[in-house]
Design a protein around this ligand. Structure first.
Ligand SMILES: Nc1nc2c(ncn2[C@@H]2O[C@H](COP(=O)(O)OP(=O)(O)OP(=O)(O)O)[C@@H](O)[C@H]2O)c(=O)[nH]1
Ligand SMILES: [Mg+2]
Length: 207
């Protein structure tokens, strides 16, 4: 997709603070430090639209961005960051759950997992099961693919797909560094954004 504009709209903790919009929205979720903010920057060809950090837990609010004024991206705070106190962890979980269940414009969630993991962790499995139960479409992305040799990458792609009971073709391998998987991910995002409401209006969609 050709990026004409990508702008930060606002940060929110609760629904009254969410921006009022009719744009189809895609949220990005995953453990702290997995590369959510970097992935958004890669998708929109910006180095610093979204702040990234080597310190886990950098993104603490729900951040909204508008892309080309036709699409909304939401960078969610990471889960599973061990050094966050339990009380805050609870609030975070609630904040994310409220967003995911109440946001009408939400078309789907991109769930990021580090390709270097041997298996999905319980929090990731729980989130997938929860999204499926709530009928929220999801795209699974394995990040930081550049950290592996080709052989290991293929091996972990197969292994993690199997653990998620998904065919490898359905799981996207991605790198913010090399931009591997970027076009494929855009295709999947755009196809989620054109579901149900736009489908009956044939010929109404643009590039
Ligand atoms: N080599 C490599 N490093 C990456 C990649 N994606 C992210 N990183 C690095 O991983 C660290 C965390 O990236 P972020 O994008 O800030 O991660 P995040 O998921 O937004 O983290 P939180 O906001 O803390 O939840 C940074 O140091 C990034 O430079 C990638 O594809 N390849
Ligand atoms: Mg972040």
């Amino acid at each position: 997709m050709k990026i004409i504009s990508a702008e930060f709209i606002t940060s929110a903790v609760k629904p009254p603070q969410y921006p009022e919009t009719v744009l189809p929205e895609i949220a990005f979720a995953g453990r702290s430090n997995v590369g959510k903010s970097s992935l958004i920057n890669t998708l929109v060809n910006r180095k610093n639209l979204v702040k990234t950090s080597s310190t886990p837990g950098r993104t603490q609010l729900i951040n909204f961005f508008h892309i080309n004024q036709v699409l909304s991206f939401v960078d969610l705070p990471g889960f599973g960051y061990a050094r966050v106190p339990a009380a805050i962890k609870k609030t975070w979980g609630k904040m994310i759950e409220t967003y995911l269940t109440s946001r009408k414009e939400l078309k789907g969630v991109v769930l990021l997992m580090d390709i270097r993991r041997d298996e999905p962790n319980p929090a990731e499995k729980d989130l997938i099961a929860w999204l499926d139960y709530n009928q929220i479409p999801r795209i699974i992305v394995l990040t930081k693919a550049d950290k592996f040799s080709t052989i290991k990458r293929i091996d972990h792609h197969k292994r993690l797909s199997k653990a998620l009971a998904m065919p490898p073709e359905a799981v996207i391998v991605f790198s913010a560094k090399t931009r591997m998987g970027k076009e494929r991910l855009w295709d999947e995002i755009l196809s989620l954004c054109q579901t149900s409401e736009t489908e009956p209006q044939q010929g109404a969609t643009d590039e």
